[in-house]
Design a protein around this ligand. Structure first.
Ligand code: NAD
Ligand code: 3PG
Length: 392
């Protein structure tokens, strides 16, 4: 039975079974996590999989996992609608002083017989807002969330401009050549980029000086994409109007022009449930069948398990790799019943359906040792078919 370490809280009731059990060990077969940090020390030789329920994998050392032959799975797009809706809610909040109005109404008291509505309306002049219609929304990162946001805001009458490192075919977005052009033209700049070496501290003093004085910056990508000290200074110098950030840090607290949220983007019942169910299903399928559906470091490979055993290989892709594998398998007379493989960023992952009935346990061990020694091989797994012949 596989041992799975859960770093964040998950409801595993529907998945309890005989495939895995949860464990506190520091050398698990798999780790299940949201956006908490996965300590590098947990990436042991035994670790087959880190399963991230959610999109961003910046709290996982993906390079170390790859070198170790550990797959990193995530669930991109599953919380995109939740993030989109929260951003729209915050766009409105930038222009309509609803919090203040609601607070005023909670405190407003009238004498018996006095008309509450008349007293309230007498104060509404303090809460005049503005409209999103006709304003320009600038999106940095036109991926799943960015595209959904663009569509929804276009249909609310906004002009949409954006920047992405690769061009996307999008009907409602005017894609600009540089981030600077988006910053100069937008009334709202929304960050929906992943945190990478290229995006770390991407926006700082120089970029804030380009923004309109009346513009708002909304960061739902990752906190580190923005230089926090520079934000505070720019807001103090009225370089732009306000900052909404889903990634709170002490230096951003208690500023009248900064709204902090406790990382709420994907925090809806729908997104959390769907994401946890999906990652658990993908985790089970990888542990039992070697299937890879959505990974940031393993290519997608999904082959029906219609044999007694299967071998899976994760390796540095090179031209003669298969000559070496085929040579060893044929020496043991192992049939290749079906196989499927794919490559990604110079790494290959392949599943071979086979049958080890004709070789002894000791020969199987020697076979695995030989396969492991092939130049470029990172991890070999041998899986027994759990359905015990039901596929036939
Ligand atoms: N606040 C939240 O709770 C929350 C929820 C989900 C996602 N996120 C964050 O939002 C990010 C985007 O999510 P998504 O689902 O849209 O991901 P995605 O992968 O679909 O989109 C990211 C886009 O950014 C582009 N990109 C990457 N690096 C770039 C660069 N240097 N310059 C320009 N463009 C670049 C990619 O080409 C892609 O189109 C995630 O990586 C995560 O960090 C936050
Ligand atoms: O990258 C993501 O999917 C979001 O930031 C959500 O992270 P969470 O799982 O901690 O809510």
């Amino acid at each position: 039975m596989f041992e799975v370490k859960t770093i964040d809280r998950f409801d595993l009731t529907d998945f309890a079974g005989d495939v895995f059990r949860t464990s506190n060990t520091d050398t698990p077969d798999a780790i299940l996590v949201r956006s908490s940090k996965v300590d590098d020390s947990l990436i042991s030789k035994r670790l087959l999989l880190i399963a991230r329920s959610g999109t961003g994998t910046n709290t996982i050392n993906v390079d170390a996992a790859t070198a170790n032959g550990t797959a990193v799975f995530n669930t991109p797009g599953v919380n995109a609608n939740a993030v989109k809706e929260l951003i729209i809610q915050n766009l409105f909040r930038c222009l309509r002083p609803l919090n203040g109005a609601v607070q005023m109404m909670q405190q407003l008291k009238v004498a018996p017989g006095e008309d509450l509505q008349a007293a309230a309306e007498a104060k509404r002049g303090d809460f005049i807002g503005e409209e999103l219609y006709g304003r320009t929304l600038g999106i940095l990162g036109l991926g799943t969330i960015g595209q959904r946001l663009a569509d929804a805001c276009y249909h609310m009458g906004m002009q949409i401009i954006g920047y992405n490192r690769s061009f996307k075919n999008l009907r409602h977005v005017q894609q600009l050549d540089t981030i600077d052009e988006v910053l100069e033209q937008a009334d709202f700049v929304v960050i929906l980029l992943p945190l990478t070496d290229q995006t770390n501290q991407l926006l700082s003093t120089k970029q804030f000086e380009m923004m309109k004085d009346s513009a708002y910056l909304l960061n739902f990508g990752r906190g580190e994409i923005v230089d926090n000290q520079a934000v505070v200074s720019a807001l103090n110098h009225n370089e732009f109007a306000g900052y909404v950030c889903d990634f709170p840090k002490t230096e951003l607290q208690d500023h009248p022009k900064i709204t902090l949220l406790p990382h709420l983007g994907g925090n809806t019942i729908e997104a959390l449930t769907h994401s946890a169910n999906l990652i658990l299903q993908n985790l089970l399928d990888f542990l039992e069948y070697g299937t890879v559906r959505s990974s940031v470091n393993f290519p997608r490979v999904d082959l029906p398990f219609m044999s007694n055993q299967r071998l899976t290989f994760f390796f540095h892709a090179r031209d003669t790799f298969w000559v070496d594998v085929a040579g060893i398998m044929s020496r043991y007379d192992l049939p290749v019943q079906e196989m499927m493989g794919n490559t990604m960023d110079g790494y290959g992952y392949t599943i071979v359906n086979t049958d080890l009935a004709e070789i002894t346990q000791q020969q199987t061990q020697t076979l695995l040792n030989e396969l492991n020694q092939i130049d470029g091989m990172i991890r070999v797994r041998l899986l027994n078919n759990p359905t015990q012949g039901e596929w036939q």
